[in-house]
Design a protein. Structure first.
Ligand code: NAD
Length: 266
């Protein structure tokens, strides 16, 4: 089996990575940065997001596992004390693969030009470059609302515990193939109206955002922020691709939610 690492880059994560690397090589596993079967992310959720984007062109051939060197992460759920157990599990046991849905983002431009396509593991957000974001929101080809406010966030089920949660969105179990649209400070008064609630769309529905006047936007894809000019539309839907996590022990999603947000005791 071929393995690779991504690390947060701090001394603690790097030391842990070197230790795991030597142990895996002793088990005759092959270090291959270009075509790994398994990618071990050492750091936090941000490190796993980075790993996902680095290997997003080979998602069907690569499984991910996360070790956290800070606080418990959603994607990074192994602690440094457990790495020997993890190394033996990677080297010796056929692992179970758990698949989570991803968000597909397609940006089209006003003057033709090639559309751009991204995959997000957590979410994509849209904001104006300056001032209020004004966008028409279409769902499944029909006009739904004209949004005015700070921005919109479209998240995956596994990303629902990240930015989406801070915006009042629901936490979705990642076995549900859906995307969630949440508002950032919408303007609501007697003239302007938005639905106000988060929307959860099934995998066969598309959410399309269309500029009303200003065509330039700040668009995030997970931890990346990009400026897109002359945008004609931004299309969101559940991607055909999925991320694959290598599971060596059960760690149910709702337990992770409880341990992260409520308590790891009681
Ligand atoms: P960062 O260093 O600012 O970390 C943000 C925090 O989000 C970290 O504590 C991380 O553990 C947590 N996080 C990331 N993915 C998560 C998930 N799926 N479930 C629960 N918590 C999660 O930024 P980063 O490490 O580069 O991560 C980028 C992510 O930060 C974005 O995808 C976005 O979801 C999140 N974010 C959150 C807020 C907010 O909560 N107000 C604002 C901006 C970005």
């Amino acid at each position: 089996m071929k393995f690779a690492f991504t690390t947060k880059g701090d001394p603690k994560s790097n030391t842990l990575m070197h230790k795991m690397r030597s142990q895996l090589l002793e088990f005759d596993l092959i270090y291959d940065e270009d075509q790994p079967d398994i990618v071990i992310s050492v750091g936090g959720d941000g490190t796993l997001l980075y790993a996902f984007h680095r290997y997003s062109s080979r998602l069907d051939k690569t499984a991910f596992v996360g070790v956290h060197t800070g606080h418990l992460g959603f994607y990074a759920d192994w602690v440094p004390d457990e790495i020997e157990k993890l190394v033996i599990a990677i080297a010796k046991t056929p692992y179970q693969v758990i698949e989570y849905p991803l968000l597909e983002v397609i940006i089209r431009y006003q003057h033709g030009g090639k559309e751009t396509r991204y995959l997000a593991l957590n979410e994509s957000t849209v904001r104006a470059v300056e001032g209020t974001l004004v966008m028409d929101v279409e769902i499944r080809g029909d006009h739904f609302e004209r949004f005015r406010g700070d921005g919109l966030c479209i998240s995956t089920p596994s990303g629902s515990t990240a930015y989406n949660k801070a915006l009042g969105g629901a936490i979705l179990h990642p076995s549900i193939s859906a995307i969630q649209v949440t508002e950032m400070a919408s303007i609501n008064n007697r003239i302007f109206r938005t639905v106000g609630s988060p929307l959860i769309l099934p995998s066969h529905h598309t959410c399309m955002l269309k500029p009303v006047n200003e065509p330039d936007f700040q668009i995030t894809i997970d931890h990346l922020t990009l400026l897109h000019k002359d945008v004609k539309s931004i299309q969101y839907r559940v991607a055909d691709e999925k991320i694959r996590f290598a599971r060596f022990r059960p760690f149910p999603f709702w337990k992770r939610v409880r341990d992260s947000f409520i308590s790891d005791k009681n």
